[in-house]
Write a protein that binds this ligand. Structure first.
Ligand SMILES: *[C@@H]1O[C@H](CO)[C@@H](O)[C@H](O)[C@H]1NC(C)=O
Ligand SMILES: *[C@@H]1O[C@H](CO)[C@@H](O)[C@H](O)[C@H]1NC(C)=O
Ligand SMILES: [Cu+2]
Length: 293
């Protein structure tokens, strides 16, 4: 009897999943594009002409087909950072581990299903240092029929922390490999690809988020820096941590979070201060002498 019931329940669950899970088809065109930051133009590699690249917005249980066409002059693969890839390990992406790189002019379709992960993950190139500019958010919402384990925020916003070199990143890496010394530190830390108005020629592009007094905002903080641990904070506001790496956490409130490279932290922020402008800021967690950021 109980076996029958369990079987029935699992049949019903898989039936429900089949009905509600969606399949998404995305096209990623990886290409070089001229971008101006810190008053200078550089040709960077990005996806679909966007920097950061497109946010993929899906639900737990969904299946994704991502066709990557490589129109850049470098070999590369795309890695789905933090995704467990249960039953689809070949879609993981690290070059020469699960696949050969996609050659210039070539294409490859990643196919994977998201299994029991909810929150924020991200994707990036997994070849040399191309991940410095080839990255974007992967937002995983609750399964159909379930909800967040916290009140639904009015606004959701990805905050992708990155690093910008006032150089071609491939040359920064090449120099480090040639000299054997640590690679030069980046020239700016960016929020959604923008250094922010404390840096030269950056006030126009500064990432801004408008909220109304009393709104609750879910910030999906992603550390897309190359190797750098980062502190993140919002002036005069507290952050309530609700998830990390697509796993809900026991909630706690703090003024500052530290996010390791590759990690994500989802925080709730309530706009409970006087209307005005408040900085969102990231800073390198580096205590060694002579390392200036
Ligand atoms: C790209 O990768 C292939 C191996 O899959 C290799 O033979 C080729 O030399 C690489 N090309 C470049 C430009 O690195
Ligand atoms: C690294 O920094 C040094 C010192 O500032 C500079 O001379 C060199 O050109 C930089 N190299 C690259 C590849 O950015
Ligand atoms: Cu990764």
């Amino acid at each position: 009897m109980s076996i029958t019931r369990a079987l029935l329940t699992s049949l019903l669950i898989s039936f429900a999943c089949t009905i509600f899970a969606e399949t998404h088809n995305y096209e990623f065109k990886v290409q070089e594009q001229a971008v101006t930051r810190l008053c200078r133009n550089h040709r960077i590699v990005n996806v679909n002409g966007q920097f950061p690249g497109p946010t993929l917005d899906v639900q737990n249980g969904d299946t994704l087909f991502v066709k990557v066409t490589n129109a850049a002059p470098y070999n590369l693969t795309i890695h789905w950072h933090g995704l467990r890839q249960l039953r689809n390990p070949w879609a993981d992406g690290p070059e020469f581990v699960t696949q050969c790189p996609i050659r210039p002019g070539g294409s490859y379709t990643y196919k994977f299903t998201i299994t029991d992960q909810e929150g924020t993950l991200w994707w990036h190139a997994h070849s040399r240092w191309l991940r410095a500019t080839v990255y974007g958010a992967l937002v995983i919402r609750p399964k159909s029929g379930s909800t967040y384990p916290f009140p639904k925020p009015k606004i959701e916003f990805p905050v992708i922390l990155g690093e910008w070199w006032d150089r071609k990143v491939i040359s920064v890496l090449r120099q480090a490999l040639f000299t054997g010394a640590a690679p030069n530190t980046s020239d700016a830390i960016t929020i959604n690809g923008q250094p922010g108005d404390l840096f030269r020629c950056s006030s126009q592009g500064t990432t801004r988020l408008s909220v109304n007094k009393g709104d609750t905002v879910l910030l999906r903080v992603i550390n897309a820096a190359l190797n750098q641990q980062l502190f993140f904070s919002v002036a005069n506001h507290k952050l309530t941590v609700v998830a990390t790496d697509a796993v809900y956490t026991k909630q706690f409130t703090t003024n500052v979070i530290m996010v390791g490279p590759g990690q994500t932290t989802d925080v709730l922020l309530t706009a409970d201060q006087q209307p005005g402008r408040y900085y969102m800021a990231a800073r390198a967690y580096a205590s060694a002498q002579k390392r200036s950021f």
